[in-house]
Write a protein that binds this ligand. Structure first.
Ligand code: ATP
Ligand code: MG
Ligand code: MG
Ligand code: MG
Length: 469
């Protein structure tokens, strides 16, 4: 059974043999792009090559890119622990053509890699194309010999990618694997498409057009290819499961989590272990790339992910900090492919230990407050905004952590009330500052409060270039 590391080598090796330059993953914090929170797809580091504002000495590249999807247009934070195929941190493998080859080569490459190099059973695969893209449908038919009913035409934005509100765009094809009718779910384009049966493994974007402000499009002179394949999803199917968390790598982390909390990895706390394993990866990789927990910006996203994991560890009965004790298992599994993890190991462990120590001081009391508030309410009433704000302000519970805790009980938060409480606090602070003469400091304080207080904090970068959709 190929391990995750084997699959990465197979992918990069195949494209290298097809004339692609193997380019290392870029850091999770995008360089020169303050509008994008984290690298969330393989194309991020190549944006300027697609728009033509930059050229390099290669026109074909392949990567395994570190991605975090915990904010902005792509936010999978709330999927973790609930779906079998989403992580906040994952690796996206891709091949790229910058004005070099197009559909007629990209599709055969993909088919050969999937069915020959990886040896995936062709009869379990189906593909989608954008509904008007006859060209792609014809190539799939010719190259893969798929019957029409397994080349699905999709009219939605799922199969039409655009870099932003203007710029390169084009139709895409996605490859799905059918895990079998023992699982619930329907093929893409049906209402049951988000089930566990049909899983999207690869997205291939044909950058064919340029979109202008007035909504018109023209054909690009240099047509390009951008693809993204989730390594954990491919590992799952090659290891005979439809559950990313049952793969060699994630399983090792889940077992480490079970060890340090002396609990059963598959018992009633299994969801907690999945969340911990996932969040351990995103937090460790973010710290290795220079993000530190803080109360605003990227650092606040990191803090939110860390604290979510810490609440789950707490629910497993952990009395002392445990997250830092899981780092060696991660370094052991991923340190060879990502040496920055080993280099930052001491920093990651110390940052996790300090954060967990600090959060533990208020976590118990915050959870008790939450219980007390809920028991005083009618069964299905949302948690009042003022209570959520108190948890945030006094006990260090990010709003989404409170929401995560409530979701387990099928309850919600009055987010408007939370916003109102936040606005009130800001107004009080402003009044207190006025006349103090310390305007410069006050401005900074407002900026921080504005950012880390906003409930729509995750709506960071909806208009900026992002990866495959
Ligand atoms: P989905 O519809 O399943 O959420 P997506 O269409 O959002 O996936 P893309 O943006 O097309 O995903 O990313 C390219 C590939 O990266 C996907 O085909 C999938 O294999 C993988 N991928 C995307 N999001 C995740 C995630 N959160 N965790 C693991 N793999 C992912
Ligand atoms: Mg998605
Ligand atoms: Mg999709
Ligand atoms: Mg997709």
């Amino acid at each position: 059974m190929p391990s995750l590391n084997d699959i990465r080598s197979t992918f990069l090796g195949y494209f290298e043999s097809q004339g692609h330059t193997v380019v290392p993953s870029s850091p999770l914090v995008p360089r020169n792009d303050p509008t994008l929170m984290f690298a969330n797809s393989g194309m991020v580091q190549f944006k300027n090559l697609f728009t033509g504002t930059e050229t390099r000495d290669y026109t074909r590249a392949t990567t395994a890119q570190k991605c975090v999807r915990a904010g902005g247009k792509h936010n999978d934070l709330d999927n973790v622990g609930y779906t079998r195929r989403h992580h906040t941190f994952f690796e996206m493998m891709g091949n790229f053509s910058f004005g070099d080859y197009f559909k007629a080569e990209a599709i055969p490459f993909a088919w050969e890699l999937v069915t020959k190099e990886l040896g995936i059973d062709a009869s379990r695969l189906l593909v989608t194309v954008y509904h008007t893209d006859d060209e792609a449908a014809d190539i799939w038919k010719k190259v893969a010999g798929l019957p029409d009913e397994r080349i699905l035409r999709i009219p939605t934005s799922d199969n039409f990618w655009q870099m932003g509100s203007t710029g390169p765009c084009g139709p895409c094809s996605e490859i799905f694997f059918d895990h079998g009718d023992q699982y619930w779910g329907g093929p893409p384009g049906t209402p049951e498409e988000d089930g566990d049966r049909f899983v999207e493994i690869w997205n291939i974007v044909f950058m064919q057009n340029e979109l202008f402000e007035d909504g018109t499009m023209r054909e690009l002179d240099a047509q390009s290819i951008d693809t993204g394949m989730g390594i954990e999803r491919v590992a799952a199917l090659l290891q005979g499961t439809n559950d990313n968390y049952a793969t060699d790598l994630m399983r090792a982390l889940i077992e480490a989590s079970a060890n340090v909390t002396s609990s059963d990895p598959d018992g009633p706390g299994s969801t907690h272990h999945r969340v911990i394993a996932d969040h351990l990866r995103s937090t460790s990789f973010l710290i290795a790339d220079g993000v530190m927990p803080s109360n605003d910006g990227r650092g606040y996203v990191l803090r939110r992910i860390m604290r979510r994991a810490m609440r789950h560890a707490h629910l497993l009965g952990a009395k002392d900090p445990v997250m830092h004790r899981l780092v060696p298992a991660l370094v052991q599994k991923m340190g060879a492919a990502y040496p920055e993890l080993g280099r930052a190991q001491a920093l990651i462990e110390e940052t996790l230990r300090l954060e967990e120590t600090r959060f533990k001081a208020t976590l118990d009391r915050g959870l008790k407050l939450l219980d007390d508030e809920l028991s005083a309410l009618p069964d299905d009433a949302p948690l009042p905004g003022a209570a959520a704000f108190k948890l945030y302000d006094t006990y260090g519970f990010p709003l989404d952590l409170t929401q995560d805790a409530l979701r387990e009980r099928e309850r919600s938060v009055d987010t408007e009330g939370f916003d109102a409480a936040m606005a009130e606090q800001k107004a009080r602070a402003r009044a207190a500052w006025s006349g103090s003469g310390e305007t410069a400091d006050a401005e900074i304080w407002y900026d921080i409060a504005d950012e880390h207080g906003a409930t729509d904090f995750l709506g960071y970068d909806t208009e900026t270039a992002e990866g495959v959709v």
